[in-house]
Design a protein around this ligand. Structure first.
Ligand code: HPA
Length: 265
């Protein structure tokens, strides 16, 4: 198969998972680089997080690994068929906004689907109406209520650093950006740059999931030709490790703010 999954493929996977666990998750969490449990990337974990049934994806599929976007986003539709109504996305990202520091957490307000500008959209191809409409809106992709709750929760946590909020731009990778590319991305209005998340969010919104998420700023992008620094994956993972606990705590507190499903007894 090289042209996408059929509805039955998603359904079969969802059925298989439901037959292997008693959990019936409301929330799915996709953990990006440095945010999953170290050494356990590639696991799907079911459990209860702060009272909410959750399915956690530790690691994800990336476009830069060579996967087509319909494979990258396969899990999101499976989550939908499991009965999940909320998707939480996390990622590691380079800071484009000059005010951002390494270790900052950015609440994602919006995204720029740069691969989409070149035709790489996960919804490209025939549309299955059972998942959603042909032309889904993306102007409200990141849930406003959850963003407000994230800010108030952050204040209650008494953190010294402020919670950042901004626009995430996706690049395909795997090469990091040139200086000229970083300057361009800044001019486009992006605050953070990374190589994931956007395809999953598009597919999640298409099938009606509530979405919110965070970027962990693991490095500042290089904007100056005189700079001796270079972006590298090790620095990304190191910065991830140091803030992991805080972000995990933050996400788990926020679970309680996700509205209960209508059918909750
Ligand atoms: N660029 C792209 N992706 C990234 C970066 C970056 O600087 N940091 C972490 N992921």
């Amino acid at each position: 198969m090289d042209d996408g999954f059929k509805y039955e493929d998603y359904q079969n996977t969802a059925k298989w998972l439901l037959s292997h666990t008693k959990h019936r998750p409301q929330v799915a969490v996709i953990c990006g680089s440095g945010l999953g449990v170290p050494g356990h990337a590639g696991r799907l974990v079911f459990g209860i997080l702060n009272g909410r049934g959750c399915v956690m994806m530790q690691g994800r599929f990336h476009m830069y690994e060579g996967y087509p976007l319909w494979k990258v986003t396969f899990p999101v539709r499976v989550f939908h068929l499991l009965g999940v109504d909320t998707l939480v996305v996390t990622n590691a990202a380079g800071g484009l906004n000059p005010e951002f520091e390494v270790g900052d957490i950015m609440l994602i307000r919006d995204h720029i689907n740069l691969p989409g500008f070149c035709g790489e959209n996960p919804l490209r191809g025939p549309n299955d109406e059972r998942f959603g409409v042909r032309f889904p809106a993306m102007s409200d992709a990141y849930d406003r209520d959850m963003r407000q709750k994230a800010h108030s929760t952050w204040k209650q946590m008494g953190e010294q650093r402020e919670l950042r909020e901004g626009t995430y731009v996706m690049v395909a990778g795997p090469s990091f950006e040139t200086v000229a590319e970083c300057r361009l991305l800044q001019k486009l209005g992006a605050d953070a740059v990374g190589m994931s998340t956007v395809p999953e969010v598009i597919v999640a919104r298409h099938c009606g999931l509530r979405v919110f998420g965070f970027s962990l700023i693991t490095n500042k992008v290089i904007l100056d030709y005189e700079s001796q620094e270079k972006a590298n994956h090790k620095e990304v993972l190191e910065a991830g490790k140091q803030v992991t606990q805080k972000l995990e705590q933050f996400v788990s507190i926020l679970m309680a703010s996700i509205p209960l499903p209508d059918n909750a007894s």
